[in-house]
Design a protein around this ligand. Structure first.
Ligand code: ATP
Ligand code: MG
Ligand code: MG
Ligand code: MG
Length: 437
């Protein structure tokens, strides 16, 4: 992509309304534009990152055996009346009336709808286990939308729903999502810690929030420092096998959100392992048994032929929130530092002297060579001062920069800069290309 053709409205000034760094950087880097409180348009650069996040989530859901569906954003209130949540949900729910005076709503979550789908088709334990997910926009009329996409009103969520014949198999379903989440967040360069979370009236130990530590996090969290270094299950993890040893390893160490915090247990840890910090909730997994299947009549016959309500869990990931969360975790004074896995381009190619024939020719050749080799390039062909080019490239945070100017070219050399470390190397054209492919 040529920067001269790319719609990347970079802001020079720091937007005053943005309180936290990720929000400021997303606005400055031309990723999003606020349309109303907590409602954003995603511009090309932001959209590209959002899609990368989405794709990693999708791949790990599929790997864990979940199947993708797509449910609508607009739901009928009828289903919510069946579950009893229509009145309970309160003001966070955006309620809509259509031209026939039917009560509709913009879905804040999809337990009711997926339960309805399930009960329409599934009758027997033989069709279980089943896990269906979608990646779809949600609306919650948050009291205080803030921090940009971190607490939006309209936001993109991955929500998965598992169906099992009993609690024992539901636990396996839960474990699969637990492990999938560890892998998902690590692939985005994050250290997410599963923390015991409020389970509501059902009780039990099957609710975890996946939290990254960040000073701007909205919740107080407490955990054992050892969790920060635990290895993540590999790509070869067999999701059909018993994953409970992995889950036990993670859950036997202290980690709890404010609601579930047990100060006495926490203080038994050696002092240097007590981490009390702020955290951002990027995912939440939850077993809730027959809470929806019972009132909504989602039943399956067991091996004995007797029908029983299906056991369910739900598993959310804040896809759009993650874009902000990753920036909170990975930036410096100059701007964003994307992990390779989320960056819209692998390298920013900077032409220091557009209009200079030799420099233009060299840049065009490098652009073609890199793209042909599968390295995606944002080519800065703009006629601007070098300082402005460097600042813009640092701001948008691509993993690599290749800096090309007449002086280096005289010796057949260019400079390659690694955004994360700031390390610069002067290399021949061939060596520079090889460094990146
Ligand atoms: P929070 O505690 O931040 O309000 P929640 O517990 O209400 O989140 P869940 O119902 O667990 O959210 O939804 C699953 C995931 O969706 C959350 O873990 C979070 O990552 C994301 N999410 C929830 N609310 C928002 C929001 N207003 N804006 C962006 N992402 C959100
Ligand atoms: Mg909430
Ligand atoms: Mg929460
Ligand atoms: Mg939650």
């Amino acid at each position: 992509m040529r920067l001269s053709r790319y719609f990347l409205p970079i802001l020079k000034e720091t937007p005053k309304e943005a309180e936290i760094v990720s929000h400021r950087l997303m606005l400055r880097a031309g990723m999003i534009r606020q349309q109303s409180a907590g409602i954003y348009s995603w511009l090309p650069f932001g959209k590209a990152v959002l899609e990368k996040v989405e794709q990693i989530v999708r791949e790990e859901q599929n790997r864990a055996g979940a199947q993708e569906v797509l449910m609508p954003t607009i739901q009928s209130a009828d289903l919510w009346m069946e579950s009893g949540r229509y009145d309970d949900y309160g003001q966070e729910m955006l309620r809509i009336t259509d031209r026939h005076e039917r009560q509709m709503l913009y879905g804040p979550t999809n337990e009711e709808m997926i339960t309805d789908i399930f009960r329409s088709y599934v009758r027997s334990y033989r069709e279980l286990p089943l896990n269906l997910y979608h990646i779809q926009w949600k609306f919650r009329d948050e009291v205080r939308p803030r921090f940009g996409v971190m607490r939006g009103r309209e936001f993109l969520m991955k929500d998965a729903y598992s169906f099992d014949i009993d609690q024992e198999s539901a636990r396996h379903a839960y474990n699969r999502m637990f492990v999938a989440y560890l892998r998902t967040f690590r692939r985005m360069g994050l250290t997410a810690i599963p923390m015991r979370a409020e389970t509501g009236p059902i009780g039990g130990d099957l609710s975890h929030e996946f939290i990254i530590l960040a000073s701007t996090g909205e919740s107080a969290v407490y955990c054992d420092k050892d969790l920060l270094d635990l290895p993540i299950p590999g790509e070869d993890t067999d999701f059909l096998s018993d994953l409970s040893p992995i889950v036990t390893e993670w859950t036997s160490k202290y980690a709890a959100t404010d609601d579930m915090h047990d100060a006495a247990a926490f203080e038994k840890l050696p002092e240097d392992r007590q981490v009390a910090a702020r955290g951002i909730e990027i995912g939440h997994i939850f077993y809730f048994g027959t809470k929806y299947s019972e009132p909504m009549g989602a039943k399956v016959a067991g091996p004995d032929g007797v029908e029983r309500p299906v056991h369910m869990g739900s598993y959310g990931v804040g896809v759009s929130r993650l874009v902000g969360a990753v920036i909170e975790a990975s930036h410096d004074d100059a701007g964003i530092i994307w992990p390779q896995s989320l960056s819209p381009f692998d390298v920013g190619l900077i032409n220091l002297k557009p209009g200079d024939h030799q420099t233009d020719m060299a840049c065009e050749a490098l652009y073609q060579r890199l793209e042909t080799a599968g390295v995606s390039v944002l080519y800065d062909d703009l006629d601007q001062r070098a300082g402005a080019k460097f600042a813009a490239m640092d701001l948008i945070g691509l993993p690599w920069q290749m800096i090309v100017g007449p002086r280096g070219l005289a010796n057949d050399e260019v400079e390659v800069k690694h955004r994360a470390t700031g390390e610069r190397q002067t290399l021949t054209l061939d060596a520079a290309v090889n460094r990146l492919v």
